[in-house]
Design a protein around this ligand. Structure first.
Ligand SMILES: Cc1cc2nc3c(=O)[nH]c(=O)nc-3n(C[C@H](O)[C@H](O)[C@H](O)COP(=O)(O)OP(=O)(O)OC[C@H]3O[C@@H](n4cnc5c(N)ncnc54)[C@H](O)[C@@H]3O)c2cc1C
Length: 403
């Protein structure tokens, strides 16, 4: 019986991703609408890949599929700045279908964007070009066991060694690490200078002295591991940007992707609402669909309102950047914080509407319930977004002459 109902849930899965372009078209350009349409077969292809396998092989196959679809090209536009609304369209659609595929896509971006923005021609040819077509996998190594939110306190060191460098330290929670071909690693070349000593390097998987741990088991499918660097030798040609420019490179990269975490949350929340509406319409108790109960209708209405607020906040930030705003620090923090927190509430309600079925493995809302959790933590926790938002508010008040 439960299996049959799960099957119903899968019928909903077969509908294909909906996307913010559908009723907020006025916030997008033509090419965004075309991109949203292109995402339907991609999401179906990923679903088929995941149905037939898991682990590293599936992660690599997913990256290859996303590369074949041309989706990584948006990390390195041939003209102009990165198109944030395009990244939002892709993440919303991917997260609708698979949190794991969404994460693989986003982290490929984190490992490509620093090369695009700061790499030499030789670095771009060797590392960026194959990653943009999905032939290789990229990762971004910033977090350490003792440096999470306070990333400027990272302890990995880069010591000059003749013409090159020796990197020593530990990195944790590095997404894509188990399958990565290169990792953008942040290390301090002059710890006495604090964050001003942090320097970026692009480290190939086979660099001597680099060890990648096995997969860290997470609450939801997510390719993630740790790095150990012990006198890891890299040439100076693998330094990314100037010595001491690494903190700016790391923050600049995260600034570009923060809004898109909100878009991923929107994709997951949309999926949850669609599943909840469907389930409430077909599930009968007391002789009628539970959708006819006012409490259930109240849930659905609240979910829709929170979802729309999230979509608008995400698109406000992305549109501002796409139309030339120099900085969207506050808007991006608001979008990331609100959309990820709201998605958690929306998915929890969707699960409640499913009753016992909601906690059965394999049902879409159960998967979403696990997948959404990490979004409130990575790329700046909710608490840190609040610090950013409040700091900007109080700075503005000071500038106006307030006390
Ligand atoms: C699924 C996942 C994928 C990730 N992928 C990557 C990756 O690819 N590359 C990478 O480099 N890192 C990655 N990370 C690491 C991620 O960026 C960190 O987990 C995050 O920055 C928080 O650091 P932490 O886990 O050490 O928590 P901590 O910094 O120890 O924070 C613990 C708690 O304290 C709060 N806190 C800390 N400081 C303050 C403050 N000043 N004010 C208020 N509250 C505060 C935090 O908000 C949090 O609630 C990933 C993490 C996860 C969960």
């Amino acid at each position: 019986m439960i299996g049959a109902v799960i099957e119903l849930s899968r019928v909903v899965e077969g509908r294909g991703p909906s996307c913010s372009t559908e009723d907020l078209g006025f916030l997008f350009a033509e090419h965004h609408l075309a991109l949203a349409a292109r995402m339907r077969p991609v999401v179906a292809e990923i679903a088929a890949l995941e149905a037939n396998g898991e682990g590293d092989a599936t992660a690599r196959a997913t990256i290859a599929a996303l590369g074949r679809a041309g989706l990584f090209q948006s990390f390195a536009p041939s003209t102009g700045p990165i198109d944030l609304r395009a990244l939002c369209v892709v993440r919303e659609a991917l997260a609708w279908g698979s949190g794991s595929a969404d994460s693989l896509f986003a982290v490929q971006g984190l490992g490509c964007y620093p090369l695009f923005a700061h790499g030499t021609a030789a670095q771009k040819e060797r590392f960026l070009a194959p990653a943009l077509t999905g032939r290789t996998v990229a990762a971004f190594g910033l977090t350490e066991p003792e440096a999470g939110t306070d990333v400027a306190s990272l302890q990995t060191v880069a010591v000059r060694d003749g013409e090159g460098w020796r990197l020593t330290g530990d990195k944790v929670f590095i997404s894509n690490a188990p399958v990565a071909d290169h990792v953008v690693v942040f290390a301090n070349a002059d710890p006495s200078q604090g964050r001003k000593g942090i320097t970026a390097f692009v480290v190939p998987r086979d660099a001597p002295g680099l060890e990648v741990s096995a997969q860290i088991p997470m609450v939801a499918d997510h390719s993630i591991g740790s790095l150990t660097l012990r006198d890891c030798r890299v040439g100076d040609d693998l330094r990314l940007g100037e010595v001491g420019a690494g903190f700016g490179i790391a923050m600049g990269t995260l600034d570009h992707f923060r809004v898109t975490v909100g878009a991923a949350a929107v994709g997951m929340a949309r999926r949850a609402l669609e599943e909840a509406v469907h389930r409430a319409s077909v599930r009968k108790q007391f002789g009628k669909p539970i959708a006819e109960q006012q409490q259930i209708q109240g849930y659905l209405a609240d979910m829709r309102a929170e979802l729309d607020a999230s979509r608008l906040l995400v698109l406000r930030a992305a549109l501002l950047k796409d139309t030339g705003a120099a900085q969207i620090t506050s808007e991006a923090a608001i979008a990331k914080m609100f959309a990820t927190e709201a998605a958690q509430r929306i998915i929890d309600r969707a699960l409640q509407i499913h009753g016992g079925l909601g906690v059965v493995r394999g049902v879409a809302v159960e998967r979403l319930y696990r997948e959404v959790r990490a979004l409130r933590i990575y790329e700046g926790t909710t608490e840190i977004q609040r610090v950013v938002i409040a700091t900007r508010l109080l700075q503005a008040e000071k500038q106006r002459g307030g006390t």
